[in-house]
Design a binder for this molecule. Structure first.
Ligand code: ZN
Length: 327
């Protein structure tokens, strides 16, 4: 059975292609983080090698070996992981030489390249040859968060599959029905996940995720009444995190943006759409002290910061200006 949740259209599409024997040999799965791209890619690798009449069964030996990362014909390379970082032309040539051999234990060789947008230009061009004329038993699946990050020449040789975040109500239903979460927790996690079910499932299993969120929210609330000194100290703390890895800071900024979006919704009297439903009281009290133009202006500033951080702006300076600008 297909394990990716909330993507019935995509599953139907792939299933039909499999049944009619018209499955493309190169796919690119496009969608935001945690929407299910990797789960779907592993499912497809299982479907291509499954021993049951109803693939992917998830139970037969090939399906189990693929899920456990032990199948000789299915390789997953995450270009973001430290071991693979900087995948170059040599690694692509390795893939090409492995791809030219027949499958070792299954019917199809499947190469999954996660964060495929990190391929170097040179490596992507080298990969084109495999994408152009893949041996009949070879399937390549590239995963990316945005099609604009891949070379047009790579995209044009792949079948594009778009995975979109699921609507709030669908996400909540899935978390209750398929994951057995109590409805209150499912409601909160579906809102926080933005419809990316994988995030919600991780957060439901790992208390650390929600704990970190609580710490971030405590900081947002504290900063709203803090003087310049404390704000600059918080900016310095975020800038230091940014120096170690960008993900945590971008998560903080995303949570912060959701917080301020909630303030705007509270101000407009549309509380049913807020994300941070477990912090209504704090949101109401902060919203009371602000005007709509003040909230809108700070939201614009918050939205500009990730772009500044991606550019050449000094991270500490950008974050200091942001913190001091907060009404
Ligand atoms: Zn199977």
């Amino acid at each position: 059975m297909w394990r990716v949740l909330g993507q019935p259209k995509v599953i139907t599409l792939l299933q039909r292609s499999l049944q009619s024997g018209r499955l493309a040999h190169a796919h690119v799965f496009i969608g935001p983080p945690h929407v299910g791209k990797l789960t779907l890619a592993v499912n497809l690798a299982q479907a291509l090698n499954c021993a049951s009449p109803d693939p992917p069964c998830g139970e037969c030996s090939p399906c189990r070996r693929i899920a456990a990362g032990k199948h000789a014909d299915v390789q997953i390379l995450d270009l973001l992981s430290s071991e693979v970082k900087g995948i170059g032309i040599d690694q692509i040539r390795d893939i090409q030489s492995v791809a030219s051999l027949p499958p070792y234990e299954g019917r199809s060789k499947v190469f999954i390249l996660d964060n495929a947008d990190l391929l170097s230009h040179e490596a992507a061009n080298c990969l084109l040859k495999t994408l152009e004329e893949p041996p009949p038993t070879v399937h390549l699946i590239l995963l990316t968060i945005s099609r604009s990050r891949l070379l047009p020449t790579v995209l044009s040789r792949c079948q594009e599959v778009n995975l979109r975040p699921v609507p709030l109500r669908t996400a909540r239903d899935i978390l209750v029905r398929d994951c057995g979460l109590p409805s209150e927790k499912a409601d909160l996690l579906s809102r926080l996940s933005g419809g990316c079910i994988g995030w919600a499932i991780t957060a439901s299993r790992d208390d650390g995720v929600l704990q970190e969120r609580e710490e971030r929210i405590a900081a947002f609330i504290a900063m709203s009444s803090a003087g310049p000194g404390r704000r600059l100290a918080y900016a310095a703390e975020l800038a230091a995190q940014f120096g170690k890895g960008r993900d945590r800071v971008s998560e903080t900024l995303s949570s912060w943006l959701l917080w301020w979006r909630d303030l705007l919704l509270v101000k407009a009297g549309d509380e049913q759409y807020i994300t941070n439903i477990d912090h209504r009281t704090a949101l109401r009290s902060q919203a009371d002290r602000l005007t709509v133009p003040q909230i809108q202006q700070f939201i614009r500033h918050l939205r500009a910061v990730p772009r500044q951080l991606e550019g050449n702006v000094n991270p500490r300076l950008a974050l200091e200006v942001l913190l001091l600008d907060m009404p």
